[in-house]
Design a protein around this ligand. Structure first.
Ligand code: NDP
Length: 454
């Protein structure tokens, strides 16, 4: 049977765009891609990129305060949200255009419309056109989840936060994950009175406990009103104000509420179930390690598969898919070791196992340095940084590396190379310290802080 295309990609985010470009440019496939919103997906349009620019913006008041301690006669004025947003919009437009240009250059045909599945080889565009393809890749990403109770409450999610008309004076953020914690730090830095409600006992569930505890205490020291074991019981909007009561009986008023209560795969209405693909409870498309679904011609990569919901992971999955299906070299991405950063203030960089995960598997040596870095100490601040290695007591292999410090994301990218190569503690010790830096602690910790695990 002759198909219109070799590959039809649904979704123009990180994973879909990479797969389309590699299939077309590197492997000569005839490729089309449909995107219903803006090219670039969550990462570029309403995720990593605008978030990181807001992280930068929020760091200036602290930097200016430090500058005074270093002898500068420095004062910071007011933050102009409208001006920042204008620049942000221009930057996102530039990036979106670059994504389009790259697809064009690769010879990928773009359809600026929603596409859904008709059968194993056919997609339907919104205008009713039907297009056939030998392979279909679903890369539709994820979307914020709002708890049922608060669906019509007018609260923001991370989708709306970048397009607010004005900064609120008092903001409530609900959740304790990446998004809630990053935005709490961002808005606090921008001068917004920021409260964060988390229903559990400690934010950033699943990460190394010692690191989570330090991040939370630094956030509180920096001015975030972080409340644990707290859940909303009722929300009442009166004029411009939102009155919130908690299940614990406290009441407070805010100008805006941001719900950062998780994300779910974007599969509603795609037509997958009709084709016989049974979705996971949260809507994720089950795939094998080659990103192939239960229907051999249909593949899925990125957040829509809910494996590890990170841009670089989606890119690797998309690339491996293209090489496997169109390049004749079966490849899959190994999800077992993922270096990543959380852009709280302080930043958190992490790769490999937490102390808790590693010690549940066997005996581990913990090397940990918690100290006041010279930059902030000189500025009269008491903030602390943490460098931690989790080392297998039997093999000496470094199983996990956790850094809480300014620029921890940059550090963990490099430490990630060593950990991915299987470096041992002896390899770290062999490496000469770069002095004076914070990261030198990673190669100068001689004595184990403790030995834990079975
Ligand atoms: P997470 O799943 O990480 O966190 C959701 C938070 O909301 C949890 O603290 C959860 O609590 C809480 N929650 C869930 N439901 C409710 C409810 N009904 N009432 C109150 N609280 C609730 O999701 P995020 O949205 O923060 O992030 C989604 C994903 O996006 C991340 O997993 C990550 O992969 C990616 N991401 C990555 C970033 C990065 O790399 N820096 C930045 C931002 C996002 P509990 O812990 O009790 O379940």
């Amino acid at each position: 049977m002759a198909f219109d295309y070799d590959l039809f990609v649904i979704g123009g985010g990180s994973g879909g765009v990479r797969a389309a470009r590699i299939a077309a440019a590197d492997h000569g496939a005839k490729v089309a891609l449909a995107e219903e919103y803006r090219m670039g997906g969550t990462c570029v349009i309403r995720g990593c990129v605008p978030k990181k620019l807001m992280v930068f913006a929020s760091g200036f008041p602290g930097a200016v305060a430090d500058a005074r301690a270093y002898g500068w006669d420095a004062q910071i004025g007011a933050f102009d949200w409208a001006a920042f947003r204008k620049s942000l919009d221009a930057e996102l437009n530039r990036l979106e255009a670059a994504y389009r240009a790259n697809l064009d250059r690769a010879g990928v045909e773009i359809f600026d419309t929603r596409a859904t599945l008709r059968d194993a080889h056919t997609v339907a565009l919104q205008d009713g056109r039907e297009i056939t393809a030998r392979h279909i890749l679903i890369a539709t990403g994820g979307a914020p989840v709002v708890p049922e109770l608060w669906r019509d409450s007018g609260c923001m999610t991370s989708n709306e936060v970048f397009v607010m008309e004005a900064l609120p004076e008092r903001l409530l953020i609900v959740g304790g994950g990446y998004i809630a914690s990053e935005f709490a730090c961002i808005f606090n830095g921008l001068g917004v009175k920021t409260t964060q409600f988390y229903r559990g006992a400690q934010i950033l569930r699943g990460f190394d406990e010692e690191a989570r505890a330090l991040i939370a205490s630094e956030m509180v020291a920096n001015g975030v009103d972080l409340q644990f074991g707290t859940d909303i019981a009722s929300m009442q909007r009166t004029g411009d104000e939102i009155s919130v009561t908690t299940r614990e009986g406290h009441a407070a008023r805010f100008d805006a509420v941001l719900l950062a209560t998780g994300r779910a795969p974007n599969t509603a209405g795609l037509g997958l179930e009709g084709l016989g693909i049974t979705l996971a409870a949260n809507g994720a498309i089950p795939v094998d390690r080659y990103s192939q679904s239960a229907i051999p011609s249909i593949f899925a990569v990125g957040d829509v598969t809910d494996r590890a919901n990170l841009t670089p992971v989606a890119i690797r999955e998309g690339h491996a898919f293209a090489d496997t299906v169109f390049g004749g070299t079966p490849r899959h991405f190994d999800h077992s070791l993922i270096p990543t950063a959380i852009f709280t203030q302080p930043e958190f960089g992490t790769v490999g196992l937490s102390e808790e995960e590693a010690s549940a598997r066997g005996p581990v040596r913990i090397y940990c340095a918690s100290f006041r870095p010279m930059h902030s100490l000189f500025a009269g601040r008491n903030s602390r940084s943490l460098m931690k290695l989790v080392v297998c007591d039997t093999t000496d292999r470094v199983l996990g590396c956790h850094v809480v410090a300014d620029h921890a994301g940059e550090m963990i990218q490099l430490a990630g190379v060593a950990v991915s190569m299987g470096a041992t503690k002896a390899d770290f010790d062999k490496t000469l310290a770069v002095h004076p830096t914070m990261a030198e602690e990673l190669v100068t910790m001689r004595t184990a802080t403790r030995i834990v695990g079975a």
